[in-house]
Design a binder for this molecule. Structure first.
Ligand SMILES: [Zn+2]
Length: 299
């Protein structure tokens, strides 16, 4: 018997914090304050995300994008108020190239096939981690018509701006590196850091033409000097989307090793491009293979 679980895997992390995962892909976060809620990233646009969010809160919703990449902006058009970092403004108006999306879908189908084989061998493991469980695309999903992106922000956030939710504020921190427009959001009072793709338990993608290992290291060092302790880091991807503060220094250490010429193995990323992969403890760093890679992430 097949149980239709829907496309999103929703997990209540705390009374005011929800993880909205698209299993094996990406994670969006709903953070509910007294006067309004923020949705941090809007997912892939495979299925509408707003109906899911509206089931979780009746507060007015502000969408904030951590960066412009297609897997974080797919639901942007569903929301009236859309904020992004200053450098993300012009990038959000572009769409991901068709070839990149097709490469992603091909790579993803291979990941699903691999996960299904493991699911047979280890069903209990997947029952414990539903956000990494392989799911088919919904029957309504039209891969050829899928075109995330191209929805401009309605407002831009600058470093040190604060987004006020009534009983708490989110501080805006510029964190370029994975992409040039990355931002993190920090609730100093509760110690919750929304990191987008700037911190990642597992693969840190720093292999794009637009990525900068040096910038990412500087951003992560900036995060290591926040004015208050970090109790939870909410990242943008599975498998372990929520992490503890030590991920910051572990990531800084790993990036430093890569910049110092650490050993790597060759692999291919989800788009099928060759990458250099260095693992340092819990952190994997993906770096460009130089001339062999090309990542046109937007038209
Ligand atoms: Zn990204």
């Amino acid at each position: 018997m097949t149980i239709d679980k829907g496309w999103f895997e929703v997990r209540r992390v705390n009374h005011d914090l929800w993880m909205i995962a698209e299993p094996l892909h990406v994670v969006s976060w709903l953070y509910v304050g007294r006067d309004r809620a923020v949705l941090i990233d809007s997912g892939m646009g495979i299925m509408p995300i707003k109906p899911v969010v509206e089931r979780l809160t009746d507060k007015p919703i502000t969408l904030i994008n951590t960066h412009y990449h297609f897997d974080h902006v797919g639901g942007n058009g569903e929301f009236y108020e859309r904020l992004a970092g200053e450098r993300g403004g012009p990038l959000l108006e572009r769409r991901a190239p068709r070839d990149l999306l097709d490469r992603y879908l091909r790579g993803f189908l291979a990941i699903i096939a691999e996960a299904r084989a493991r699911l047979v061998a280890e069903p209990d493991f997947y029952a414990l981690t539903p956000e990494t469980e392989p799911r088919d695309f919904p029957s309504t999903f039209d891969a050829q018509a899928w075109m995330p992106g191209g929805v401009p922000a309605t407002g831009l956030l600058r470093e040190d701006d604060e987004v006020d939710l009534g009983d708490r504020k989110l501080l805006v921190i510029d964190t370029p590196g994975h992409s040039p427009d990355g931002i993190c959001l920090f609730d100093e009072r509760h110690g919750v850091l929304f990191a987008g793709d700037t911190l990642m338990e597992g693969g840190n993608y720093v292999q794009y033409d637009e990525s900068s290992m040096e910038d990412l290291l500087a951003s992560v060092i900036k995060l290591s000097k926040l004015s208050a302790p970090v109790h939870a880091i909410c990242t943008g991807h599975v498998p372990r989307a929520i992490a503890e503060e030590t991920l910051i220094t572990d990531t800084a250490d790993a990036l430093t090793e890569v910049l110092n010429g650490a050993a790597y193995r060759m692999d291919t990323d989800i788009f099928g491009y060759p990458v250099r992969v260095t693992r340092v403890g819990r952190v994997w760093v993906y770096a460009s293979d130089g001339a062999a890679t090309s990542y046109p992430l937007h038209d």
